[in-house]
Design a protein around this ligand. Structure first.
Ligand code: GLU
Length: 496
């Protein structure tokens, strides 16, 4: 077994946390649990303009909802805190200035206007954009003059070595090499005193003793800069593993076009956390060498996790596949557990019930649910006192209104008197009754389905009757009979 790792996710709270983040999260989390290491959550909130209120809370809530946890980070603390970058500002400044003192970084006084003009000029000349290093070569006197002339505080830029190349080894992709001359002197401390991502995440990864960085592959091109920073500080870099982004079924990067992207939207739509964890953990990996097995419990995922199982190509997030898996997990739930989970979805749809009643209804829908939120539509009939349907639906297919009435009246009598009001005996008795009154059982059942549930698509009929009970069933069929009588009377008047 690999030695214990310390890994992290380091989201920027610039929006509601999306499924892609949780894909990366799960790999990190499973890696930590597999090796008996630690998993850390760090909040990278240095881009003050893009902060979104509630994003951090939503992240922590989503982790808890998934049934997972973090060893160090917001709320739980830990030995290397604080775990929120805006609470660590002096540390970053100190390190940026340490590099300036060592001649490895420098103050840059160039105004935004000058930088914009430079960019424009570079675009026109069709040369790669980048800072022209003007402030890197200022004499002390020029520096003083520039500082006096500048309107505000300077930024600090890293002085990238002008020659040579930088190589890092990516655990997934092997060695990756960049020529240093292609890197520009990037900003490490902004004029507002906040560090950039490049500096802040690296200082934190170092002091938080992160051993392995598993992150999105959009950072590959920045990693050579990070390596140079590690060298400048004289620090050992962590191992790197860059993960491909989640894709939609069309092979394009997963986006809102493909469906919901915020993780908590999946909770609200009635996905089970177990199903999401299972699904997110297996896409983009090959847990089962034969590629057949897809259902894994959390302990199985932890035991099987291996970086070598991660595919280089992006993982496809296919909602239909997730739906299938969610339905599977719903079918596996013990009935009382499913009832408990359905309760809030029923409540939200205005269907108020106690747990005991919902437990009786669960067998009607357990096999049919893809998501918990599908339940209210299927079970509404069990909660309402008055059903809304047209009386003509009570006329059986191929039957006269009178024949239908006769069958319904006989059925009502049976419902009142049958000794055992339960699924199987009800069905057997109704089949006999259909024979006795000379209609097909299919015809009778459809009439009863309308009478009892108010629709022609509903959970199994006799199990539904059993679940709502004799009293309710009888009352509904009695109402149906009255409605059919009224219809017949009306038609009689119309004929005269
Ligand atoms: N704050 C960065 C992000 O939002 C973290 C990247 C990393 O894991 O290093 O993507």
């Amino acid at each position: 077994m690999a030695s214990p790792v310390r890994v992290r996710i380091a989201p920027s709270p610039t929006g509601m946390p999306h499924v892609g983040l949780f894909h990366t999260f799960l790999y990190n989390w499973l890696y930590a649990r597999h090796t008996g290491g630690q998993f850390i959550v760090r909040i990278e909130d240095t881009d003050r303009a893009r902060l979104v209120e509630g994003a951090v809370e939503a992240l922590l809530e989503a982790i808890r909802w998934l049934g997972l946890d973090w060893d160090e980070g917001p709320e739980v603390g830990g030995p290397y805190g604080p775990y929120v970058q805006s609470e660590r500002l002096p540390l970053y400044r100190e390190h940026a200035e340490q590099l300036v003192a060592a001649g490895k970084a420098y103050y840059c006084y160039c105004s935004p206007e000058r930088l914009a003009a430079l960019r424009e000029q570079q675009e026109r000349a069709k040369v790669p954009p980048g800072y022209d290093r003007r402030c890197r070569y200022l004499s002390p006197a020029e520096r003083e003059a520039a500082a006096a002339a500048a309107g505000g505080p300077p930024v600090i830029r890293f002085a990238v070595p002008l020659e040579g190349e930088t190589t890092f080894y990516d655990l997934l992709r092997g060695p990756i090499t960049w020529e240093n001359r292609l890197l520009d002197d990037f900003v490490i401390l902004k004029s507002d005193g906040y560090p950039t991502y490049h500096l802040a995440h690296l200082v934190d990864d170092h002091y938080m003793r992160i051993t392995d960085v598993l992150r999105g592959d959009e950072w590959i091109s920045s990693t050579p800069r990070h390596l140079l920073l590690y060298q400048a500080f004289g620090w050992e870099p962590p191992r790197f593993c860059h993960l491909a982004p989640l894709l939609g079924p069309d092979g394009k990067k997963l986006s809102k076009r493909h469906g919901a992207t915020a993780l908590l939207d999946y909770r609200d739509a009635g996905y089970l956390p177990e199903a999401l964890v299972n699904y997110l953990a297996i896409i983009g990996t090959s847990y089962d060498p034969e590629g057949k097995r897809e259902i894994f419990s959390l302990p199985e995922l932890i035991a099987a996790f291996d970086l070598r199982h991660i595919n280089k190509a992006g993982a496809v997030f296919d909602l239909r596949k997730l739906d299938w898996m969610n339905g599977y997990y719903i079918r596996q739930l013990p009935q009382p557990d499913l009832a408990r989970r359905l309760l809030p979805f029923l409540e939200a749809a205005g269907l108020h019930a106690d747990l005991a009643y919902v437990e009786r209804l669960v067998p009607l829908v357990q096999e049919r649910l893809t998501k918990l939120a599908d339940a209210p539509a299927l079970l509404r009939f069990a909660f309402v006192d008055e059903l809304d349907y047209e009386a003509k639906n009570l006329i059986g297919k191929g039957l006269t209104a009178e024949a239908s009435r006769e069958a319904l009246a006989a059925a009502l009598e049976l419902l009142r008197t049958i000794p055992e009001f339960a699924d199987a005996p009800l069905e057997a008795a109704m089949r006999q009754l259909a024979d006795a009154v000379g209609v097909k059982s299919g015809q009778l059942f459809m009439i009863l389905r309308w009478a009892v549930t108010g629709t022609n698509v509903s959970p199994p009929l006799f199990a539904s009757m059993e679940a709502i009970g004799r009293e309710r069933t009888v009352a509904r069929v009695a109402v149906a009979l009255e409605r059919l009588d009224a219809l017949i009377a009306e038609r009689g008047r119309g004929a005269n």
